[in-house]
Design a protein around this ligand. Structure first.
Ligand SMILES: [Fe+2]
Ligand SMILES: [Fe+2]
Length: 381
């Protein structure tokens, strides 16, 4: 009896894995291929999907092939995974079987450094998946290796995760049943942690700390006033995304994204970062939700008839806990927990005052925002 073993995180499993397993089965003459999802892979980042989901996706992907099966042995063993432990466990279960591990050909160079490599080489052989032009390493190669060509299926799990994260199609990259499972369980979706990790790369340390403060404050305000907390956090995380660009770059990006500029924006180019951040939320994160985009776009000027989310981001930007103290901050913060309209009106007044003190032009959108809020508060009285 011959058994081929396909280990990996399978985060998620895709046609590259399945095709390599099928080719390896033929090349090695295996009776079966056992897919073994790993718990915590040695020397690799922690998987995104939980063990149960990765196992279930393997089951779905392999169910139509009678030669394929999935084992929970590494997930049940838990902790860090070494191939030698799996080899020993399989030898106990199938004492008569010849066992081959399916690996990427790149690993042949470092295989001799694997945990208890010599014992591993005695116990089993390897099927290495390579691409054209691959040269077998002479000194480090284990004694029993079969090379197969896996070039036709150059698919990666990380590439698939990225596509899903940014709302792109993954059709024909993995089995439909796995695609449906991912959709049903909302796996690999864009989440606030991914957005913040990208924002961190883009912003200065100080600006990133400010962004974290705005996320926290916006979430708090969203809970108080019944806005969508996820949307509030997303808008907050990206509101200053383009803040670090130079003036020239901001102006160039306005051209690229078709953003209409006006004289005040061009005289005071820092205002452009809000519009560019909104455009980049769509182009880089595939965010098209109008409420989120609007809250990012108008977080520096405000606008007439602001939505609840517009107001939350506008205020949270000015009241988050890392803001340096300014006259009116305590009052604004207190007001923001009781009356978001009054807080936005007060925040606009403060912001207009600061601008006037600095002798800078006030953007007409800020005046419109303030007038609209005043008018609605009067009509409500
Ligand atoms: Fe900003
Ligand atoms: Fe900000």
């Amino acid at each position: 009896m011959k058994i081929a073993v396909m280990g990996g995180t399978f985060d998620p499993i895709h046609f590259g894995h399945l095709r390599a397993a099928e080719q390896a089965r033929e090349a090695f003459g295996a009776d079966s291929v056992i897919f073994i999802p790993s718990a915590l892979p040695a020397y690799k980042p922690t998987p995104e999907a939980c063990a149960e989901d990765r196992f279930n996706m393997c089951v779905l992907a392999t169910e139509s092939n009678p030669h394929f099966e999935v084992s929970k042995m590494e997930l049940e063993r838990g902790g860090e995974t070494f191939t030698i432990d799996t080899a020993e466990q399989l030898k106990k279960m199938y004492p008569e079987a010849e066992i081959a591990f399916i690996i990427g050909a790149d690993s042949l160079e470092t295989l001799h450094e694997w945990h208890r490599a010599n014992e591993l080489f005695e116990k089993c052989s390897f099927v290495a998946v390579s691409r054209p032009g691959f040269i077998l390493p002479q000194n480090t190669c284990p004694p029993h290796v079969t090379i197969i060509d896996g070039a036709a299926f150059d698919i990666s799990s990380s590439g698939i995760r990225k596509r899903i994260c940014f709302g792109k199609s993954v059709r024909y990259l993995l089995p439909e049943s796995v695609e449906r499972y991912i959709e049903k369980k909302s796996l690999y979706k864009l989440n606030i942690d991914i957005i913040l990790s990208k924002a961190k790369e883009k912003l200065s340390k100080k600006r990133f700390i400010h962004t974290l403060g705005v996320v926290e404050e916006a979430a708090k305000l969203a809970r108080i006033f019944g806005a969508d907390e996820q949307k509030a956090k997303t808008a907050a995380a990206l509101h200053d995304y383009a803040r670090r660009h130079s003036t020239d770059k901001l102006i160039a990006l306005c051209g690229k994204y078709g953003i209409k500029t006006d004289k005040i924006m061009l005289d005071k180019p820092v205002l452009l970062h809000a519009h560019v951040s909104a455009a980049e939320a769509t182009s880089k994160f595939n965010i098209t939700d109008e409420e989120i985009i609007s809250a990012i776009k108008y977080h520096t000027t405000g606008k007439s008839n602001m939505s609840l989310l517009d107001k939350i981001i506008y205020v949270a930007d000015m009241t988050e806990k890392n803001r340096e103290n300014y006259k009116g901050l305590d009052e604004l913060r207190m007001l923001s927990y009781n009356d978001i309209d009054a807080a936005t009106e007060f925040a606009l007044k403060l912001s207009i005052e600061f601008t006037e003190i600095k002798n800078e032009p006030v953007h007409p959108l800020s005046i419109e925002a303030l007038n609209h809020l005043k008018a609605t508060s009067i009509s409500e009285e």
